[in-house]
Ligand binder design. Structure first.
Ligand SMILES: Nc1ncnc2c1ncn2[C@@H]1O[C@H](COP(=O)(O)OP(=O)(O)OP(=O)(O)O)[C@@H](O)[C@H]1O
Ligand SMILES: [Mg+2]
Length: 249
């Protein structure tokens, strides 16, 4: 069995030539890492995740996923291994109904119809939306779209999960359920989020980004408690760690 890991060296990228949105980033992730990516709006978190799945290609530097370089010719192979939840669910969901979207990847992978159906039913059950299976995507609420997006990766068995703002729009019960699902997944997961309490509940390692650079990388229980570091990069302590948490001031 191959050992799951990602190695990134000197990664740089800009949407326009002059702007360095990712600016010389080197980092490695291992099989059982649960990594939170945090940083202010525009720090480059989503861009970084897009580079990992080859939705954008680096201007310099390299990304290797399980020894496979991320480049045009390897994208199909890379995407078989990675489940990726987009920040924007409207970009993720492109079929007519929820069932079709959740079935898309396993069908494309060549699995037989009964196995696809079994996986779709299980994925929908995991996120508590079997009742939405035949609903048209455009009629879903924001939170329902997010749950359907998460189901599209649960119907595969990825080695690696990349999730971009997965808790956005979820009600407390669905948010709690997602924390449970992610904590059950023991392989590599990388979660970009402003919900630092969600990161606290799901990640053991945190990476702080600012202006496309990695400014801190360390254990979640140290980094997320470091108020000076967080505030100097436009963030705040997780609500559960704020002194006034629970007080009605
Ligand atoms: N398609 C694009 N074309 C040009 N610039 C872009 C494009 N997408 C993103 N950017 C810019 O790249 C920078 C990083 O964006 P990115 O979406 O990676 O940030 P982020 O850290 O995910 O922010 P947020 O917390 O708001 O989701 C921003 O300044 C953004 O305006
Ligand atoms: Mg983003």
């Amino acid at each position: 069995m191959s050992h799951i890991h990602i190695d990134i060296t000197g990664l740089a990228f800009g949407y326009e030539k002059a702007a360095k949105i990712i600016d010389g980033l080197s980092v490695s992730f291992q099989e059982h890492d649960a990594v939170g990516i945090i940083g202010a709006n525009g720090a480059g978190k989503s861009t970084f995740l897009k580079l990992l799945v080859g939705l954008e290609l680096p201007s310099s530097g390299s990304i290797r996923i399980e020894e496979i370089p991320v480049e045009k010719g390897t994208l199909a192979k890379i995407r078989e291994r990675i489940g990726y939840v987009f920040q924007d669910s409207d970009t993720q969901l492109f079929m007519t109904t929820v069932r079709e979207d959740v079935a898309f990847a396993p069908t494309n992978y060549g699995l037989p119809a009964d196995e696809v159906n079994r996986r779709v039913d299980r994925a929908l059950e995991l996120v508590h939306i079997p009742h939405l299976a035949d609903k048209a995507i455009y009629t879903l609420s924001g939170g329902e779209k997010k749950l359907a997006s998460i189901a599209t990766i649960l119907s595969m068995t990825p080695d690696i999960m990349l999730l971009d703002e997965p808790s956005v729009a979820l009600d407390p019960r669905n948010r709690r359920n997602l924390i449970h699902i992610l904590n059950e997944f023991s392989h590599l997961k990388i979660i970009a989020s402003h919900d630092l309490d969600f990161i606290w509940d799901t990640c053991s390692r945190v990476i702080l980004m600012d202006h496309g650079q990695l400014v801190a990388d360390g254990p979640a229980d140290q980094l997320l408690r470091n108020e000076t570091l967080l505030t100097s990069h436009g963030l705040e302590l997780p609500l559960s760690l704020q002194k006034r948490h629970g007080a009605h001031a």
